[in-house]
Design a protein around this ligand. Sequence first.
Ligand code: GDP
Ligand code: MG
Length: 382
Amino acid sequence: RRGASLTDLAEKIGVDAASLVQVLFHLGEMVTATQSVSDETLEILGAELEYNIEVVSPEDEDRELLESFDVDFGEDLGDEDDLAARPPVVTVMGHVDHGKTKLLDAYRKSNVVSGEAGGITQKIGAYQVEANVDDQDRKITFIDTPGHEAFTAMRARGAKSTDIAVLVVAADDGVMPQTIEAMNHAIAAEVPVVVAVNKVDKPAADPTRVRGQLSEYGLVPEEYGGDTQFVDVSALTGQGLDELLEAIVLTADAALDLRANPDMPAQGVAIEAHLDKGRGAVATVLVHRGTLHIGDSIVAGSAHGRVRAMINDLGENITEAPPSMPVQVLGLTSVPGAGDNFLVVEDDRVARQIADKREARMRAAQQAKSSRRKTLDQLFEQ
Ligand code: GDP
Ligand code: MG
């Protein structure tokens, strides 16, 4: 396991840790028994002891755990013939105050059915918007939440939860540090970017400057011969909002093959979760593949349970959630973390076993961390 200590290793291979410290000392490395050692050190040690040591990442370890229950996560999308188009999942990113929230609110408002004038729409951290492109009704899923954190967490876990990033840049302010940071996140995750040049209603707006600035970073507008769509918008007046949806759909169609099999056990990612006084653990999940049904046994991170109810972005109770649909799920026994994957398994027993194993692993990792810290503290005390 990555970040393992000599004590961990000693336990695994049934020797005492002190002798491992000694072996390393003779190889010219000074390491204490509880200190975490690098992958290379572990491998050197393995070679010396004629053990074949393989360092596995937490992701691989989890994959192995799931495989031991005959569950495959994420890889298998099913037969080519069973795949159906699914809506793109979009994250909105950008520098603070450039208009991310305002833009999302503008879309959400248009999403609220008229008559619900009070706007008692549930905020579930993600929602779907209808776009009419080439006379076709197309859905787009927006992830709302504290966007960045969830995005970063999901990326760290290798869960691909966003198909497209909308980079919001205020036309009066131009490219700022967090604009670049957000852009780099998207590029690292290999997520195509659509640029929303916002606040074009402002007298000081200079959308051309934004295009020039981002071109220098490699995001070249289509009109300059590049392959990135730039759309001038105003979240305040509504200008360009339909064009932005169209650009998202066109980018999805041109660059991505967004299909999933709706007839498999559902899998996806938890994008937000909290404990509600009356309803217990409430998790907003995004379905990647398959369809989630009421009554399904699920495991999400180290939480598990059976889907008792599902609520969509309009606050309506629903009985099934197809690919790319965000839903609130009730029925989990505890609160999963943002970015944790979720999956439907055979029955409650399997769900509980997987959750328990993950929980135990998390606790062990935490303990290892705090004992390492203790060792360091002791070192400094001397
Ligand atoms: P965020 O930090 O990126 O979420 O930015 P907000 O959505 O909170 O917007 C920051 C400020 O800019 C708020 O005062 C908004 O009302 C304002 N704002 C956002 N979009 C526009 C726009 O298109 N035009 C103008 N004039 N103001 C906007
Ligand atoms: Mg905001």
